[in-house]
Ligand binder design. Structure first.
Ligand code: AMP
Ligand code: MG
Length: 400
């Protein structure tokens, strides 16, 4: 058996960020920038008013209340601007450009407008620049807006839109093929023949892939046959950036996944000192990373979390690869004999009002008992031989 960190490092050393592409801005949220973004224009692009009100010469408001002549109305988007002279004002709407001559805005609530006389009474004295948003207050041309490596969230996309960037250079979302292997597996809801079970891993793993921000590609259900496995894996490597299989990587007599991968890929077969998810295989088919996850449903999910997700995040250009670990209080006794393995215990719970996680066992902890994994909000990490009393502190990896 090898240590968890050795297996994780092995995988991470062998995957690289996908080559950057120019992506349409509408699809950029969730991707990682592959180049610095420098602003080519200012935001706002011109001085404009932050309020609906009247654009004035600030000096005219000294000694308010004062009455001014209203010479025009300026809407947002307007390009024909009057020159505002001494004793004059222009009605102006939020976002409209400041007219030349005016240097301040008085909000409409502090004015009384008489349209028939084209006059406005200004109730307050305002300083130069009052309620004016100057050009470039948010972004100036040449500013480093976002650095390479930034994860683009919706706000970032908004800023890029505001400076006219339409196709940022980013690492694409890895396309991840997911395939199930096993003669006992069937799809769908029909009756089960003796010995058959339903394929659950494929949908689960496709869901994990998508929830992690990657593109999931369903490569189907493949029987335990060398030829079928070879064809499915080859086709997957053609169309995907990475492949995830489940099943067939342990010590069984019909584990043809092993036979096939040893022929068509450069694989390392690992037994890792963890429970669940001890068997795991990783390698490259040509240049396509291949993750051979164990077949037991809980093991395949834990294996995805510990090995595939961090590696796929690296391919997507992320720098933070692993989920954070947090301290938590367990209300269940977490006990296990010292089998030399780190145990990942399925726990339900969440943060209390102080933000402290409180967790309890999510149910049956067998690697075939998917229900507890489905209900789990976190995995408690118990190093070899470590037990925790009910009410004691443990370390957890939140999954939500
Ligand atoms: P294997 O790794 O192929 O020896 O499979 C280990 C266990 O996981 C066996 O009980 C399989 O029936 C089960 N298993 C394998 N693949 C799947 C799957 N896609 N969905 C549900 N159970 C599976
Ligand atoms: Mg099998």
């Amino acid at each position: 058996m090898i240590e968890l960190e050795e297996a994780q490092d092995h995988v991470l050393e062998r995957v690289s960020p996908l080559p950057p592409v120019e992506v349409p801005l509408s699809e950029a949220s969730g991707l990682v920038l592959a180049a610095d973004v420098l602003a080519g224009e200012s935001v706002p692009p011109f001085a404009n008013t932050a309020m609906d009100g009247f654009a004035v010469v600030a000096a005219d408001t000294v000694g308010a209340p004062v009455e001014l002549e209203v010479i025009a109305t300026i809407a947002a988007g307007s390009s024909r601007l009057p020159v505002v002279g001494r004793g004059q004002a222009a009605r102006i709407m939020t976002g409209a450009p400041m007219p030349p001559g005016a240097d301040a805005v008085v909000m409409v609530e502090r004015t009384t407008y008489d349209p028939s006389a084209s006059r406005v009474e200004i109730e307050v004295e305002v300083p130069v620049g009052n309620s004016v948003r100057e050009a470039g207050e948010d972004v100036m041309p040449g500013d480093l807006v976002f650095a390479k490596g930034t994860l683009l969230r919706p706000g970032h996309v908004g800023v890029l839109a505001s400076i006219g960037v339409t196709t940022p250079l980013a690492h694409p979302r890895p396309r991840v093929g997911v395939v199930s292997t096993g003669d006992e597996l069937v799809d769908g809801g029909g009756p089960l023949r003796p010995g058959q079970i339903r394929d659950s891993n494929r949908l689960t793993l496709l869901g994990l892939v998508r929830d992690s921000g990657f593109e999931g590609v369903d490569l189907g259900l493949v029987p335990d046959s060398e030829q079928a496995i070879t064809e499915a894996f080859r086709a997957g490597a053609q169309s995907c950036d990475a492949i995830i299989s489940s099943g067939g990587v342990s010590m069984g007599a019909f584990d043809y996944v092993k036979v096939v991968l040893d022929r068509i890929a450069d694989m390392r077969w690992m037994q890792i000192a963890i429970k669940p998810a001890k068997p795991f295989a990783f390698g490259l088919m040509g240049s396509t990373p291949f993750f051979g996850l164990p077949g037991n449903p809980v093991s395949s999910m834990v294996s995805f979390e510990l090995f595939a997700r961090p590696a796929l995040r690296k391919m997507a250009g992320h720098s933070r690869l692993h989920r954070p670990m947090l301290p938590a209080t367990t209300t269940s006794l977490l006990a296990h004999g010292d089998d030399g393995k780190t145990h990942f215990v399925r726990m339900a719970g969440g943060p209390d009002d102080n933000g402290r996680w409180i967790v309890a066992s999510a149910g049956g902890q067998g690697s075939h008992q998917l229900t507890a994994m489905a209900r789990a909000d976190a995995l408690a990490v118990l190093p070899p031989g470590v037990s925790v009393e009910a009410g004691g502190e443990c370390r957890i990896i939140p999954l939500i």
